[in-house]
Write a protein that binds this ligand. Structure first.
Ligand code: MRU
Length: 362
């Protein structure tokens, strides 16, 4: 099903190699791939959202770690370890909210720490292998999320999604979109309603582009239209992704997700979050503790290539909000569906040890 769709990112060559990725800032106008050959280029690509979406950021950071140390094989092992720490700290500073970034970097550091006597060249090989494993596992997790979620989707009807939680945001078919693609593949007549997702339009630019590639019917709406679309019964369910899910099930996702969840509750429509276990952060008791990225004012004051806010006017640009667990009908993970959503049910599905990897570096 995915064979004609280019990979969001791929490692090119062996060692030394480089990371090729779709520049998502250029879609849908043009399809352009960029090559990252330095850790600064990977950091910039994450920061400016050339690669975005929590799982894809994690995969990029893992390969970025390899790029940052692959030519440092002449260092002593102590010097190499120091360089590795510098590289992972630097990549960790790119974006604060998606925990997959810290989760992936921690995995990379743990690989090196587990072989203290290995030469730098051997460690670099192990790091590349780990990055490939993270990418492969993410692909598998997306597929499993699709399998677990498709039965929750209506046999015939609209499903609203916010932002882009598709293949572009992961190494596989996506999280929320994997559910929708899997439901469509079983013959369900799903019509996707994609919130445009201001200010950077991931829904309008990316989700609709992916649906088009998959021949899944899609309608883009302005974010402010979600209430009307729900009221007119065009939507039977909502599915979104997540950037970080706290121990009690509160879920951070793209700004505007919280309003969609409130609207879904008001209209009696189920609201699902689809996310792999790598997006859980059980070190945080509730969503109030999730760090929320604030981005540059220009993303709002100069939208669509022109000035949209007068100079001197204040602008606030938080990139994410937190949907409280009580508004979430279920969290679709690669292990199964968490429902109802609370601290006990999250703990029963998600392995605390796995999510603890992320907490150490945030
Ligand atoms: O700022 P972005 O585009 O990285 O935000 C992405 C989202 O909010 C996604 O919904 C989330 O990362 C899940 S991606 C499977």
């Amino acid at each position: 099903m995915t064979q004609n769709i280019p990979r969001t990112q791929s490692w090119i060559g062996e060692l030394p190699g480089k990371l090729r990725m779709i520049d998502q800032t250029r879609l849908p106008e043009e399809f352009v791939e960029i090559d990252c050959e330095s850790v600064q280029q990977v950091w910039d690509a994450i920061k400016r959202l050339s690669v975005r979406g929590a799982p894809a950021i994690g995969v990029s950071a893992a390969y970025g770690t390899v790029i940052g140390v692959q030519t440092e094989t002449n260092l002593s092992r102590a010097g190499f370890n120091q360089k590795l720490n510098e590289v992972t700290d630097y990549l960790a500073s790119s974006r604060p909210t998606a925990v997959n970034l810290f989760w992936a970097l921690e995995r990379m550091k743990n690989v090196a720490a587990a072989i203290p006597d290995a030469s730098p060249a051997d460690v670099v090989e192990r790091l590349l292998s780990e990055a490939r494993t993270i990418e492969h596992e993410d692909r598998e997790m997306c597929a499993a999320i699709g399998r677990h979620g498709e039965s929750l989707m209506p046999a015939d009807g609209g499903v609203l999604t916010h932002c882009n939680a598709g293949g572009l945001a992961t190494a596989g078919d996506g999280t929320a979109l994997s559910v929708l693609f899997a439901a469509s593949a079983t013959g369900k007549k799903i019509h996707v309603y994609a919130d445009e997702t201001r200010p950077l339009l991931q829904g309008a630019r990316l989700t609709s582009w992916e649906c088009l590639q998959r021949n899944v019917p899609v309608t883009v709406i302005c974010d402010s239209m979600a209430a009307l679309v729900m009221r007119e019964k065009k939507v039977k369910a909502v599915v979104t992704g997540a950037d970080r899910i706290a121990a009690n099930g509160d879920a951070a996702n793209k700004i505007g997700t919280y309003s969609v969840a409130v609207l879904a509750r008001a209209h009696g429509i189920p609201f699902y979050v689809a996310a792999p276990s790598s997006t859980f952060d059980l070190s945080l008791a509730s969503g109030n503790l999730i760090p929320i990225e604030e981005r540059a004012r220009e993303e709002i004051s100069h939208s669509f290539g022109k000035q949209t806010v007068p100079d001197g006017v204040a602008v606030w640009n938080p990139a994410f909000d937190v949907t409280p667990a009580e508004l979430i009908s279920g969290i679709i993970t690669e292990r199964g569906v968490i429902a109802p959503v609370n601290t006990e049910t999250v703990a029963a599905m998600i392995d605390a040890a796995a999510s603890a990897q992320a907490s150490h570096s945030t």
